[in-house]
Write a protein that binds this ligand. Structure first.
Ligand code: SF4
Ligand code: SF4
Length: 138
């Protein structure tokens, strides 16, 4: 059975136009543009540990989004993951592709190898790309 999260995934992943303003205006590079397989457009991923919540990305988003709170967020510590309400994930074991992920305010432990396709496709593709191609972010 798939983990429900399509609604969250759609809201998070699809800016009406990916302008990348939130990546450009962030003084800390806490919003990263990530190229994801199967997607023509790159996706914005928020990197929690680099963000000081200055609000710049919210100010400059032309679609009234709040990128640092609404974009799929990569966490580096379990404490930060648990204290946040962002949809997002933390990599628990990179080799085994084990992650803890929060969607629709629920937390799931997922093995991307064993439970392949349980996550909404867009979310799974982004997380897989980060683990395999952007591991320096983790
Ligand atoms: S709120 Fe965070 S992500 Fe947004 S511009 Fe400031 S540091 Fe960057
Ligand atoms: S969240 Fe806003 S600023 Fe960032 S890419 Fe989407 S529309 Fe642009």
């Amino acid at each position: 059975m798939a983990i429900k999260g399509e609604k969250e995934g759609e809201r998070c992943l699809q800016c009406s136009t990916l302008c990348e303003a939130c990546a450009e205006v962030c003084p800390n590079r806490a919003n990263a543009s990530v190229v994801v397989k199967r997607n023509v457009m790159p996706q914005i991923v928020h990197i929690d540990r680099l963000c000081n919540e200055c609000g710049n990305c919210e100010t400059f988003c032309p679609y009234s989004s709040v990128p640092y709170k609404e974009k799929l967020t990569l966490f580096s510590s379990i404490k930060d993951f648990e204290e946040s309400k962002n949809i997002g994930f933390i990599v628990m074991d990179r080799e085994k592709m084990l992650i803890k992920v929060r969607l629709e305010e629920k937390v799931f432990d997922v093995s991307l190898e064993e439970n392949h396709s349980l996550l909404p496709n867009g979310i799974e593709d982004i997380i897989t790309s980060i683990i395999k191609d952007y591991s320096y972010m983790i």
